[in-house]
Design a protein. Structure first.
Length: 472
């Protein structure tokens, strides 16, 4: 008896399954095709459009940054940074949903074991005729349900979860790229502050001695008390700048500690003059941003997800084929539960077509279409932002490189002016105001020269990140 029921159920299952796969030839779901984005042709605002298929973003950050201290700090940051660790957990969460999406093709199977005790009322229609109004029923059952993917709904759901996972991976890569850039930028800022502090300390020492010199000239009647007071003022001004720089170093080290995911402390480092980022600044063709920029990659995967969810919303207009089967054992006596006469089974296959559902399906489709269009616009915007960042970083590097030459000549000229003014003052051929002006101008120019050198380094770091470097 059991064998007959099993064979009959199996035949029904085979017929419905074959019918389902035959209907699958009528797929409604469309395949994603990357949209034509015209903006990629002119993303970079530069006179010389790049034609090279290579980009500096293809370099590993270990190839671009060679300072041993900086390399150590970047490695530490990639291990311990809180944002990185949060991004990893987001990747793991998306991976779990992706695994769930892959299981959409599989049937659901549930098992149940139950005992039912029933007491009939003496005054009930049935209870009034029965002597024994107390019954127990034992049941051991299993149920299986499977939906055929006729219109590609399950396939689209799977692709949507896969795209969501890959978008999260790209977002994690974007966090890595930004972190590498932030650590390098903060490190270079520390080196620049160190150089400015060294210059300021030397200036404080020189102005300290000049106060004594001016006081001697005043005692000799060569200058007035005004000159002495002005030199004292300049001396204290340099000391105030020193305090500001020491405060900035302290705070910048604290910023670095946050990036490295540890408690604040001081950090060993090299000097600014030893920093030389040797690179050809290859931009690569603009379309490389589609494969190098993690945020652009994430935006496209979000578009893929929205596209596939639109497929899902469209498939809801069509009938769904579901096959359900239930089987098991039922008995009023526990010792007869596994008896062949206690076995039961049924199989149901049916098509369900939505007719009236309060406009829900149409609303879902309209919302999905709007979200897909929004994802497309976000994708286009990410490309425009990427091109803008590349253009700004490239122009900034070119401008700072040119400005550094002029700043260097300015410093050399002001140093000579300061020395000449000092010599002339000692010999009575110059006014002390000339010396004070030359000194203040020389100090400002030297500090600005370091700032220009820092901006050169930062522009390369910005360009590297803008092109999508730092996560490989």
């Amino acid at each position: 008896m059991i064998a007959m029921l099993k064979n009959r159920s199996f035949k029904y299952m085979v017929v419905l399954t074959v019918s389902a796969f035959t209907l699958q030839s009528c797929f409604v779901a469309k395949d994603y095709v990357r949209p034509q984005v015209e903006e990629t042709q002119n993303l970079y605002r530069t006179d010389a459009l790049p034609t090279d298929s290579l980009s500096m973003a293809d370099l590993s950050w270990k190839e671009l940054f060679t300072d041993p201290y900086l390399v150590q700090y970047i490695e530490q940051g990639l291990q311990n940074n809180i944002d990185i660790r949060v991004a990893i957990q987001q990747v793991l969460s998306a991976e779990a949903y992706a695994k769930q999406g892959k299981a959409g093709y599989l049937p659901t199977l549930n098992g149940k074991a139950s005992i039912t005790h029933q007491e009939l009322s003496k005054n009930s229609q049935l209870g009034s005729f029965l002597t024994n109004r107390s019954t127990d029923q034992y049941e051991l059952t299993g149920s299986l349900s499977w939906e055929a993917d006729i219109w590609g709904k399950i396939r689209s759901n799977k692709r949507a979860t896969d795209a969501d996972y890959l978008s999260t991976v790209a977002a994690h890569q974007a966090v890595k790229s930004r972190l590498v850039s932030d650590i390098a930028s903060t490190y270079y800022q520390l080196l620049a502050l160190d150089s400015q502090l060294e210059i300021t300390k030397r200036t404080v020492m020189v102005r300290d001695s000049s106060v004594s010199t001016i006081q001697a000239l005043k005692d000799a009647g060569n200058v007035t008390q005004v000159a002495v007071d002005q030199n004292v003022a300049q001396y204290n001004n340099a000391r105030a700048i020193q305090v500001d720089l020491e405060t900035a170093i302290f705070q910048t080290e604290n910023v670095l500690s946050i990036l490295l995911g540890e408690h604040p402390r001081g950090y060993a480092r090299s000097i600014l003059d030893d920093q030389h980022l040797q690179t050809d600044l290859k931009l690569g063709v603009p379309t490389l941003l589609l494969s190098n920029r993690p945020d652009v990659i994430a935006a496209e995967y979000n578009l893929v997800k929205a596209f596939e969810l639109t497929n899902v919303a469209r498939s809801n207009f069509y009938p769904s084929l579901t096959i359900s089967a239930t089987g098991g054992f039922q008995s009023l006596e526990l010792d007869q539960l596994l008896n062949a006469r206690s076995f039961f089974a049924n199989i149901v296959g049916g098509l369900a077509q939505p007719i009236l559902n309060q406009h829900k399906i149409r609303t879902q489709k309209e919302v999905a279409d709007a979200q897909q269009e929004q994802a497309l616009l976000e994708f286009k915007r990410s490309l425009l932002v990427a091109g803008n960042e590349v253009s700004n970083a490239l122009y900034s590097y070119t401008a700072e490189t040119e400005k550094f030459k002029f700043k260097n000549l300015e410093v050399e000229a002001l140093r000579r002016a300061e020395q000449n003014s000092n010599d002339l003052l000692k010999n009575g051929f110059a006014n002390y105001l000339d010396l004070l002006t030359a000194r203040q101008s020389a100090l400002s120019a030297e500090l600005n020269l370091i700032d220009s050198k820092l901006k050169q380094l930062l522009s390369i770091v910005d360009l590297y990140q803008a092109l999508g470097g730092g996560w490989k």
